[in-house]
Design a protein around this ligand. Structure first.
Ligand code: HEM
Length: 338
């Protein structure tokens, strides 16, 4: 490796060496490791001459002849959690300076960045992409000339969409993109490798029932609605806390049930975010949450939710309505929501 001299035993050089040794070991193991389904080195697309700068190590299986993307049915062997639980889990690792891509011999990488990995108000921020970037930053050294260095994998979860009416589900998708910039070439220019991996999770033929995916009505509200549509970056997550309302797991119930709205007009109207005048009995007319998702809002009561997004599916509005009417329980199943 360039620059390894007597002075190279200083801590930072030693750390770099041990990190490089670890990344090489991980690189070899990652290529040999096949948990449930073969992980492959996938170039990720872009120009042939730069495609080896950064690659994915992932259980790609589509298209069959030249796998570049992943498609799996919930619960099948290609789903690393092996459960029919409404999502597919895919271990994905990033490797650099790969010697395994045909007709590509470019080595020397300066940076490797995963798109939508920063929780900075990016509406497409994804915590799984953030975890992959964290593995890259922890396991790999930049700049690097060393070949076939791989970070440990991060798990990318792809939920199916649903259940909706008549317990139907739709396939869920994520698109993972990375951008690699080479070290200087001929001291004056760099090359860029843009990689793209599509991950698709198909609903299991055996079922798409709420009881299979969730542990209670409120668990369904949290995971199928709040996590996917409300507690997202720049909105009701712990970074932004839009409208002073936090809808993340563990906080949302207390932020809603019996809570006075931030919106003064709604508060003055005697509304709660979720109004439960007596145990087991909710008041739909005075529940601001319901008005927010149906859009039935008098002037000055703010916007319909999700802000700037499509109206919630009718099935999900019905689930929230039944949950509120039953007194917004934190656990157990409310009839009609399972
Ligand atoms: C279905 C998903 C969502 C639900 C259930 C929801 C629910 C709510 C509720 C109940 C309030 C009133 C808070 C109060 O005044 O006490 C509110 C306000 C607000 N929400 Fe959401 N929200 C959702 C999605 C979003 C998204 C995706 C964003 C960001 C793009 C967002 C941004 C805001 C903002 C800025 C306010 C304050 C202004 C207003 O009331 O119009 N919300 N939301």
């Amino acid at each position: 490796m360039a620059g390894v001299t007597k002075s190279s035993t200083s801590p930072s050089k030693r750390q770099r060496l041990s990190k490089a040794a670890l990344a090489l070991l991980v690189g070899v193991l990652a290529i040999a490791w096949s948990p449930r389904v073969e992980a492959l080195i996938v170039g990720g697309g872009g120009s042939r001459t730069t495609d080896c700068l950064a690659v994915f190590n992932a259980p790609a299986n589509r298209p069959a002849r030249r796998p570049r993307h992943i498609q799996c049915t919930d619960g099948d062997p290609c789903d690393a959690d092996g459960l029919v639980d409404g999502q597919c889990s895919f271990p994905v690792a990033a490797c650099i300076n790969s010697t395994l891509i045909d007709r590509c011999s470019l080595t020397g990488i300066e940076t490797l960045t995963v798109e939508h990995a920063e929780d900075n108000g990016d509406p497409e921020f994804d915590p799984d992409f953030q975890a992959l970037q964290a593995r890259i930053d922890a396991d790999l050294t930049f700049p690097s000339l060393a070949t076939n260095q791989c970070a440990l994998p991060a798990t990318i979860q792809v939920p199916v969409r649903g259940p909706f009416r008549k317990n139907r589900c739709k396939k869920g998708k994520k698109r993972l993109r990375m951008r690699a910039v080479s070290t200087l070439i001929d001291d004056r220019r760099v090359k860029v490798d843009r990689d793209d991996l599509k991950l698709t999770c198909l609903p299991a033929p055996s079922g798409c029932s709420p009881r299979q995916f969730f542990s209670s009505t409120f668990d369904r509200v949290q995971r199928q609605i709040f996590n996917q549509t409300c507690a997202v970056s720049a909105c009701h997550d712990s970074e932004a806390v839009a409208g002073s309302l936090l809808l993340e797991t563990g906080a949302s119930h207390a932020n809603l049930v019996g809570a006075i709205p931030t919106n003064a007009l709604a508060g003055n109207a005697g509304w709660h975010r979720v109004a439960v005048p007596a145990p087991g009995t909710g008041d739909l007319t005075r529940s601001y949450l319901l008005h927010k998702i149906t859009g039935d809002l008098p002037t000055g009561f703010g916007s319909r939710m999700p802000l700037g997004g499509r109206k919630l599916d009718r099935t999900l509005v019905d689930v929230i309505t039944l949950w509120i009417a039953a007194g917004a329980p934190n656990d157990g199943w409310v009839p009609g929501t399972d």
